[in-house]
Design a protein around this ligand. Structure first.
Ligand code: BES
Ligand code: ZN
Ligand code: ZN
Length: 519
C-alpha cells in the first residue's frame, strides 16, 4: 500500500485559475445551459468550447470524452470534457468510473499534472466529501499498473500522473473534500495491495511468501500477526487443510492478523477468512492446462482480506477485527492426497475427498474451526471457490450466501457503498443431499453440474456453528479479462473495499451510531 502516484490535493480556487498539463471538466448530459465553471471556461475560450461540442458527437453521456486544446487561452495544455450522464443518475460509482477513464486517457497522452473541476453544481445530489472520495478512489484504482516483471523496453511507457488537484472555489467544500480524499485513498490503496498480491506469479508468491508479506503489512499498519506452520497445524488437528498441502514442496501456513481497534479486550466483533491457494493445479484431479496459469490467482480471497485489514488499520476503525488466512499450494505429486482419501477436520468432522480440485472448502473448513476458537460474533469469508458461480453470475456479480439476515443486509449495504455488486444465492436444507457420503460425515463434492456453488457453500456451513456468517464466492469477479472503468485487466482486488465498508459500518453501530460520518 505504498502511497503511489498521483498526489491528490484540494485547491480552494476556481478551475479557470488552474495551472496544469490538463484540466478535466465533467459535464452532465442534456443540460442546455452550461453550469459554472463550464460557462466561464467557454467564455475564456471565446465560445470555442460550445462550438467544439456542437461540431462533435459529445453530449455528456456517461463515459463520453472530448479533448480540446485551449491554444493559450487557459493555463492548461489540454482540456478534457468528460460525460457524467444524466444529473439525476450520478452515483459515486459513476464518478469513480469517469475519473478513472479520464485519467488513463490523460496518462496515455503524457499529461503529468492534472486538475479537475469539482464545483458543487456539477454533481447533482452528491456532497463534496462523497465526490472527493469517489474521485480519489477512481483515480488510484484506474491508474493501477502491474509491470514489476517487464523490462523497460516492454513497459507501457507513458509516465505516471504526478498530481491531481481538485479545484473548488468554495472554501468550506474544499475543506470537506480533504477527508474524502484520505478515505478514498486508503480504500484504493488497500485494493491495489490486494491486486499486487494476486498478480504475483506462484513461483514468487508461495504460502511462505504470502505469510511474509502479510507480516510486512502488519508491521506497517500496526496489526498483530501470527503464522502457524505445519507442526502447529498438526497439533490442532487441521487434517483437512494439511491433506491439500501434502502434495506440494511449499509448506502450508496459517496466517492470523488482528486489529484491536478498541480497548475492549474481548472477542473479535468480526473475523475475515480468505482462501489462500497460491496455485491450484487441482491436485491429483488435475485441471486442464488451458487457462491453468490463472490459478495463481486462487488466493484472491486471502488478498482481499489482507488488503482490507491494512485499510481497516489505516483508517483506525474502532472495532476488533481478526483475519484467518489458510495458505497452501494444491499440487499433484507422489505425496499428494488421492480421490477417495478420508480426512478429519479440526472439529472432528470426517470428509471423503471425492475431487482433490475442490480444495478450497477443505482448507476453509479448518480455518473456520480456528475462527470459531477465536470466539468471533461474525464471520465473513472470501474465496475463489467455484466455477459454478461463474456460470450463474459471470464476471459482474459476486455470489453471496448467508445464514443471518442482519449480517447479510450489512454486507449488501457495504457492497453498495463500494460499488461492488453482489447477488444472493440460496442455502436451502434440501441441497444437503449433494454432500452425503457413504463412508464419512461429508464428501467434498457431489451432484456434478447441479448447483456446485451452492453445494460448496452448504459444505462450508457445516463449520460455522452458531456464528453469523456470509460467504462471498469471487471466482467470477476476482480477475477481469478486459479493462473496464476503474477495473484494469487482470486482478480486481474485489471485496477489499466491501470488507472495509463493513467494518466501518459495524464500528459505527457499535458506538451507538454517534459517529455519523459518511464514508
Ligand atoms: N479455484 C477453483 C475455482 C475454479 C473453478 C477455477 C473453475 C477455475 C475454473 C476451485 O478450487 C475449483 O477447482 N473448483 C472446482 C470444484 C469442482 C472440482 C467440484 C469447480 O468449481 O469446478
Ligand atoms: Zn480447485
Ligand atoms: Zn481453488
Amino acid at each position: 500500500m505504498t502511497p503511489g502516484p498521483p498526489r491528490i490535493t484540494t485547491v480552494a480556487q476556481d478551475a479557470l485559475a488552474c495551472r496544469a498539463d490538463a484540466l478535466v471538466l465533467p459535464v452532465t448530459e442534456g443540460g442546455r445551459l452550461l453550469p459554472e465553471p463550464a460557462r466561464a471556461v467557454d467564455t475564456a475560450l471565446a465560445g470555442g468550447m460550445t462550438t467544439a461540442i456542437r461540431r462533435s458527437a459529445f453530449r455528456g453521456k456517461l463515459s463520453e470524452r472530448l479533448l480540446l486544446h485551449p491554444m493559450g487561452r487557459l493555463a492548461v495544455e489540454q482540456l478534457l470534457l468528460v460525460g457524467l450522464g444524466k444529473a439525476s443518475e450520478i452515483t459515486p460509482d459513476r464518478v469513480r468510473l469517469v475519473t478513472a477513464e479520464a485519467l488513463r486517457h490523460l496518462r496515455a497522452i503524457r499529461a503529468r499534472t492534472v486538475a479537475i473541476a469539482v464545483h458543487d453544481a456539477i454533481w447533482g445530489p452528491l456532497g463534496s466529501e462523497t465526490v472527493a472520495q469517489a474521485i480519489s478512489e477512481g483515480a488510484l484504482l484506474g491508474l493501477y499498473r502491474f509491470d514489476l516483471y517487464r523490462g523497460k523496453q516492454n513497459r507501457d511507457r507513458s509516465p505516471e500522473i504526478e498530481s491531481l488537484a481538485l479545484h473548488c472555489p468554495d472554501r468550506g467544500a474544499a475543506r470537506a473534500m480533504r477527508h474524502g480524499i484520505v478515505v478514498g485513498g486508503v480504500l484504493a490503496k488497500a485494493t491495489n495491495l490486494a491486486r499486487d498480491l494476486i498478480n504475483e506469479p506462484a513461483n514468487i508468491l508461495t504460502p511462505a511468501e504470502l505469510a511474509a508479506r502479510a507480516k510486512r503489512v502488519a508491521r506497517r499498519y500496526g496489526l498483530s500477526a501470527r503464522v502457524l506452520d505445519r507442526g502447529a497445524m498438526r497439533r490442532l488437528g487441521m487434517r483437512a487443510l494439511l491433506g491439500v498441502a501434502q502434495g506440494s514442496a511449499n509448506p502450508p501456513q496459517l496466517i492470523i492478523l488482528r486489529h484491536r481497534g478498541t480497548d475492549d479486550p474481548g472477542k473479535p466483533a468480526l473475523v475475515l477468512v480468505g482462501k489462500g491457494v497460491t496455485f491450484d493445479a487441482g491436485g491429483i484431479s488435475i485441471k486442464a492446462s488451458e487457462g491453468m496459469e490463472t490459478m495463481k490467482g486462487d488466493m484472491g480471497g486471502a488478498a482481499a482480506v489482507i488488503g482490507a485489514m491494512a485499510g481497516i488499520a489505516a483508517l483506525r476503525v474502532p472495532l476488533h477485527v481478526a483475519a484467518v488466512i489458510p495458505a497452501v499450494e494444491n499440487m499433484p505429486s507422489g505425496t499428494a492426497q488421492r480421490p477417495g482419501d478420508i480426512v478429519r477436520a479440526m472439529d472432528g468432522t470426517t470428509i471423503e475427498v471425492i475431487n482433490t480440485d475442490a480444495e478450497g472448502r477443505l482448507i476453509l473448513a479448518d480455518a473456520f474451526c480456528y475462527a470459531g476458537r477465536l470466539g468471533a460474533k461474525r464471520l465473513v469469508d472470501v474465496a475463489t471457490l467455484t466455477g459454478g458461480v461463474v456460470v450463474a453470475l459471470g464476471s459482474i456479480r459476486t455470489g453471496f450466501f448467508s445464514n443471518d439476515r442482519a449480517l447479510a443486509e450489512r454486507v449488501l449495504a457495504a457492497g453498495e457503498a463500494a460499488g461492488e455488486k453482489l447477488w444472493e444465492l440460496p442455502l436451502d436444507d434440501e441441497y444437503e443431499e449433494l454432500l452425503k457420503s457413504d463412508c464419512a460425515d461429508l464428501k467434498n463434492t457431489g451432484g456434478g453440474k447441479k448447483a456446485p456453488a451452492i453445494g460448496a457453500a452448504r459444505f462450508l456451513k457445516h463449520f460455522v456453528g452458531d456464528t453469523s456468517w456470509v460467504h462471498l464466492d469471487i471466482q467470477g469477479t476476482s480477475l477481469q479479462e478486459q479493462e473496464h472503468g476503474y477495473q484494469p485487466k487482470g486482478a480486481t482486488g474485489v471485496m477489499t473495499r466491501t470488507l472495509i465498508h463493513l467494518a466501518l459500518n459495524l464500528a459505527q453501530n457499535a458506538s451507538g451510531g454517534t459517529r455519523n460520518r459518511s464514508w
